[in-house]
Write a protein that binds this ligand. Sequence first.
Ligand code: FA5
Length: 332
Amino acid sequence: MIDDIARIEADAAPRIAAAASLDELRALAAELLGKRSALSSLKSGLGPLDPDARREAGTAINRARDVLQAAVNARRAELEAEARREQLAAERLDLTEVTDATGAGHLHLVTQAMERLEDVFVGMGFTVAEGPEVETDWHNFGALNFPPDHPARDMYDTLYVEFGAPGSTLLRTHTSPVQVRVMTSQPPPIYMVMPGRVYRQDTPDATHMPVFHQIEGLVIDRDITFADLAGTLDTFTKAFFGGDFTSRLRPSYFPFTEPSAEYDIRRPDGSWLELGGCGMVHPNVLTACGIDPEEWQGFAFGFGLDRLGASAHGVDDLRDLFTNDVRFLSQF
Ligand code: FA5
């Protein structure tokens, strides 16, 4: 009987190893280890043997069962791993595959302008920060030296959000509230640019959109003067637009800067384009943000990104940027 057991085990081992699928293995396991298997019938034939021979044969049958069961388990693990590998290979998506190059999109002109601007300013030593589009009245106006009911608030046709006390929450009308968030969260010196989307109740026309983009710049350090502001903007103009562009500053008014100016660029054809406002940060703004104006000074600027991107590509109507006509957008 011991020989029979050894033969059953020797015959079974290669069949288990050769099982090609989980189904085949399951059938083979039933055949080799189930109730009607050769090992089971040997076991039921142990009765007539004398006790010693019965114990010896019983032990050998159990050992053979354990060996075969272990072989079945090992083969099952192999087949399951193989099946998983095959499934993963079949479901794999090649995200880099471009089957139709003409169908591939690219970044929107305004996003391209935003990224290039960030690059130019990062190259000049600035870091980039962002802030929320839904703002408090304090961040958008109060801390920026717009007292309640001040006529300067009329410069911005504000869209309010129904949240909290009436008039307390709004869609930011400019990126200047991010200045406030930066100044209230970190000590000077500060050299930062802050790009983002802004909202005003403006009627769309060639140079206005109700939703548009700005990039804010803020420098706070010791001994900063208006000459630093003018020099930074001129360096930026040449780095972004090229050496054949120049810039100028015209006196203007913003409650949060004093003195204030408009920043215009002069295009190679001699025409001027207003890109944004700028000025020396008003001492009231520094104080509202917990910065001592006796010790620190700074300048800030805010550019309209849509106008900037459009003018860099000779687009003369901002509305064309947002009608999402792919034939138009694919040119840039
Ligand atoms: C401001 O928004 C100030 N926060 C800028 C500033 C920042 C001044 C820091 C001083 C210091 P203004 O309202 O002028 O300023 O807007 C800035 C620029 O945004 C404009 O020059 C223009 O390029 C752009 N802009 C304004 N309104 C629109 C609009 N409706 N659609 C597209 N671009 C606009």
